[in-house]
Design a binder for this molecule. Structure first.
Ligand code: NAD
Length: 488
């Protein structure tokens, strides 16, 4: 059994409908044990070249299928993933460190829904038409798929975010070359095994595994990939923008955040506290939409802090496969060290760490002693200019500070380089609308968090991104529009 438990899972690239081995591999870790358990192809130019060639060859047939034909295939794929939901959830939890509960209830159901949603939405788009009767002209727009789409995704919500790109890309008639994060490649590989059965023709979806520097960059620099949809860090996005500039590529960039929660003294704390705990610590705080700056109005500041910290201490950290665990492992040793270093910096600056890292002790099960775990951590009395209030930490760490007026809190909330998401808590309807309008943020949730209608735009302002994705926005991004004028 020892030999069996050490047997490594070996992934292969998926090109032109076939699994193909690679000449070199990268180790992939199980974040909850610290063991290498999987080997991921270390693809480069050659593999990307083969995948782009396959995608180009598949384009003429796939792009001329009717939306209904493509829709049926997407629905079939959704059914197949859903049928294997438990296996996908187990794999995602093991590969990423997230809790099995989160993978079962959020990641994999959403991956399924991404295919169902775009299978449906592709049937309902209409184009524009205008008349110029005085000169005898009719104008209309026509939309067509762009070609080979390059899709690059991060490690925090692996299959969820990859399918959020693959589904609209192929629904619109493009073919794709996708590159998941080298740290979380397993569920994408599992999905490839279902493509043929779903009826996805060979070459329509190609997946090339490997690092950003090699495989990702080869995709971004490939002249036959006119469009790149990227989700990841702002730093990588700047690099991708530079590399794609000589080709004038179309880019969609979904990046980091430093998301505020603004809690007024008339907020319903029985709703606000549990939701703000989730928005701070869900998925170990590794969601781009997670709250990391909590502004609480002075009158309720101490009460909020007391209740919030008491509840944060109840979050159970441990083996992600245990269904009673709330916080799993962080993605890597390096990332854990980075997140911890922010807590140290805050302490050095005189902030107070109220619970978690460095304050409470973390007891882990025997099998998880070498995993990358950390307790939910709440920091108070942090200065707005501190790196903990300015930079994306991307871990289970949240800062709580007091404010006095509406005007003041809007200015402070906006005083970071990011602009992805915000939450506003108040029972004053007028105030909720006023504040939401003035926040520099692509998404504002009032008295709730993370409720999404996929029809509506998703994306960030400022350093949080360029472009929006969602029903109509994804359709527009993944198609090229043409205006045609007819004179009669
Ligand atoms: P990352 O930028 O390091 O990597 C993202 C992807 O880009 C990976 O597949 C990586 O291999 C690839 N990549 C890296 N360098 C590349 C290069 N030079 N050329 C091409 N590809 C390259 O980000 P990450 O650490 O995997 O993910 C965390 C980040 O993602 C956080 O900043 C988070 O906020 C952000 N994120 C944003 C959203 C959103 O929708 N706005 C969603 C989830 C995560």
């Amino acid at each position: 059994t020892m030999a069996h438990s050490k047997a490594l899972l070996v992934l292969e690239n998926f090109i032109a409908g076939k699994f193909v081995p690679c000449s070199s591999y990268i180790d992939s870790y199980n974040p909850s044990t610290g063991d290498v358990y999987c080997r991921v192809p270390d693809s480069g130019k050659e593999e990307v070249e083969a995948a782009v060639k396959a995608a180009k060859a598949a384009f003429p047939v796939w792009s001329s299928k009717s939306p209904l034909e493509r829709s049926q295939i997407l629905n079939k794929l959704a059914d197949l993933i859903e049928h294997d939901l438990e296996a996908f959830a187990q794999a995602e939890s093991k590969d990423q460190g997230k809790t099995i509960t989160f993978a079962r209830t959020v990641d994999i159901p959403r991956a399924v829904y991404n295919f169902r949603f775009f299978a449906s939405s592709i049937l309902h788009h209409t184009t524009e038409c205008t008349e110029m009767a005085t000169v005898g002209c009719v104008h209309y727009t026509s939309r067509a798929p762009v070609g080979v789409a390059g899709l690059i995704s991060p490690w925090n919500l692996p299959l969820y975010l990859l399918t959020w790109k693959i589904a609209p890309a192929i629904a619109c008639g493009n073919t794709v070359v996708a590159k998941p994060s080298e740290m979380t490649s397993v569920t994408a590989w599992m999905m490839c095994k279902l493509l043929e059965k779903a009826g996805v023709p060979h070459g329509v979806v190609n997946v090339v595994f490997g690092t950003g520097a090699k495989a990702g960059e080869a995709l971004v620099c490939h002249p036959d990939v006119p469009l790149i949809s990227f989700t990841g860090s702002t730093l990588t996005a700047q690099h991708i923008t530079e590399k794609s500039a000589p080709h004038c590529k179309r880019l969609s960039l979904e990046l980091g955040g430093k998301n505020p929660a603004i809690i007024f003294d008339d907020a319903d704390l029985t709703q606000c506290i549990p939701t703000t705990l989730r928005s701070s610590f869900a998925n170990q705080g590794e969601i781009c939409l997670c709250t990391s700056r909590i502004f609480v109005q002075r009158g309720i500041y101490s009460e909020f802090l007391k209740r919030f910290v008491a509840e944060a201490k109840k979050w159970k950290v441990g083996n992600p496969s245990d269904p009673t665990v709330d916080v799993g492992a962080l993605i890597s040793k390096e990332h854990l060290e980075k997140v911890r270093s922010y807590v140290k910096k805050a302490q050095a600056e005189g902030a107070r760490v109220l619970c978690g890292e460095g304050v409470d002790s973390l007891a882990l099960p025997t099998g998880n002693q070498k995993g990358y775990f950390m307790l939910p951590t709440v920091i108070a009395e942090v200065k707005d200019e501190s790196c903990c209030m300015q930079e994306e930490i991307f871990g289970p760490v949240t800062c709580v500070v007091a404010f006095d007026t509406e005007e003041e809190v809007i200015e402070r909330a906006n005083s970071v380089k990011y602009g992805l998401a915000a939450t506003v808590w108040s029972s004053n309807v007028g105030r909720v609308h006023r504040v939401a309008r003035r926040l520099q943020s692509g998404l504002v949730w009032t008295n709730c968090w993370l409720i999404r209608d996929l029809n509506l735009p998703f994306g960030g302002m400022k350093a949080s991104g360029i472009g929006r994705e969602g029903g109509k926005d994804s359709y527009e991004f993944f198609t090229e529009v043409k205006t045609i004028t007819i004179k009669h």
